[in-house]
Design a protein around this ligand. Structure first.
Ligand SMILES: Nc1ncnc2c1ncn2[C@@H]1O[C@H](COP(=O)(O)OP(=O)(O)OP(=O)(O)O)[C@@H](O)[C@H]1O
Length: 292
């Protein structure tokens, strides 16, 4: 079976409100990042892929299955929605048994698969805990368990690291990267760091349109030659902020060290630096010309 997701000229909306406009993407095995501001349409795209909302027009093909084969598509996709809060009063193992049965996994396979996956996400010792007693990070890992119980070819995770502490965030990213060795994993997020450390390819969605689709390095390169560090005296900072796109700043008392994106002729005190993926992303989001 073809291990690719092909999306062509996809249009999706809610009632009269159109949210996705002519989205086209080709996604292959490994980790793929979908980056965009809040409200850009990431969750809508994820839901359309899983078949939870209808598409207005366009084509979807998931590993050889077209969007008309909804039931079959669901059987090869695992999905962790943004809000994952199921069966709070059930114990971890009870919930998995229930979910596995709903997915029509036979009892013997379910038992061995549950063991395997709980171990993979390091929750094997917590199987007797009630779901409401799990921490945010544990709950997210349980979310992955329910999504991969039926061993899908595709795993879709929507904003999975929001609210996690740094250690749990790294653990979660590594887990996804391991899973991506033999699956298509789509990670939707507005956190640039999540993409930077795990995804070789990404798309940026802005206002329901794809504004970038390509290798992660390429987005970083887009800000090359336009990224500067500038030490700005406190007395000038207000005016400076009005003129330039500041991507970060650090206060050193007498002066503020800023990082800016700027395409005009630099001033003497501008020190050119190598861009990060965040600079590249912001360069795309803002239409950066000369000064603001
Ligand atoms: N059920 C719905 N009915 C009507 N409009 C909706 C619905 N769900 C989402 N929208 C709208 O669609 C647009 C895209 O929302 P979506 O949740 O897909 O964005 P997102 O990129 O996932 O954002 P976030 O990171 O905040 O979840 C927003 O304007 C939102 O208000």
């Amino acid at each position: 079976m073809d291990e690719r997701i092909e999306i062509k000229n996809l249009n999706v909306g809610y009632g009269r409100k159109q949210v996705l406009f002519n989205v086209s993407l080709s996604i292959k095995k490994g980790m793929f990042g979908l980056l965009g501001r809040n409200g850009a349409g990431k969750s809508t795209l994820m839901k359309a892929l899983v078949g939870l909302i209808p598409i207005q027009s366009g084509k979807l093909n998931v590993c050889g299955l077209s969007n008309n084969d909804k039931k079959q598509i669901r059987s090869i996709i695992g999905y962790l929605p943004q809000e994952f809060n199921i069966y709070l009063n059930m114990k971890v193992d009870e919930a998995l048994e229930y979910l596995g049965t709903l997915s029509e996994i036979d009892a013997k396979t379910l038992k061995s698969r549950t063991e395997e996956v709980l171990e993979l996400v390091n929750l094997e010792k917590d199987r007797k805990l009630k779901i409401k007693a799990l921490s945010g990070g544990m709950k997210r890992r349980l979310g992955i368990v329910q999504a991969i119980l039926h061993n899908p070819k595709v795993l879709i995770v929507d904003e999975p690291t929001a609210g996690l502490d740094p250690e749990e965030r790294i653990r979660f990213r590594n887990l996804l990267a391991n899973l991506a060795e033999d699956k298509i994993v789509i990670l939707s997020t507005h956190i640039v760091g999540d993409i930077e450390s795990t995804c070789n390819n990404l798309a940026v969605l802005n206002g329901g349109r794809i504004i970038f689709n390509g290798p992660t390095d390429e987005i970083t390169e887009s800000a090359k030659g336009y990224t500067y560090k500038v030490k700005v005296p406190k007395t000038r900072i207000h005016d400076f902020k009005n003129r330039y796109v500041i991507t970060s700043q650090q206060d050193f008392g007498e002066y503020v060290e800023t990082r800016i994106l700027y395409k005009g002729k630099p001033e003497n005190e501008f020190k050119r630096v190598d861009p990060t993926i965040e600079d590249g992303y912001l360069n795309l989001l803002y239409d950066i010309g000369g000064t603001k």
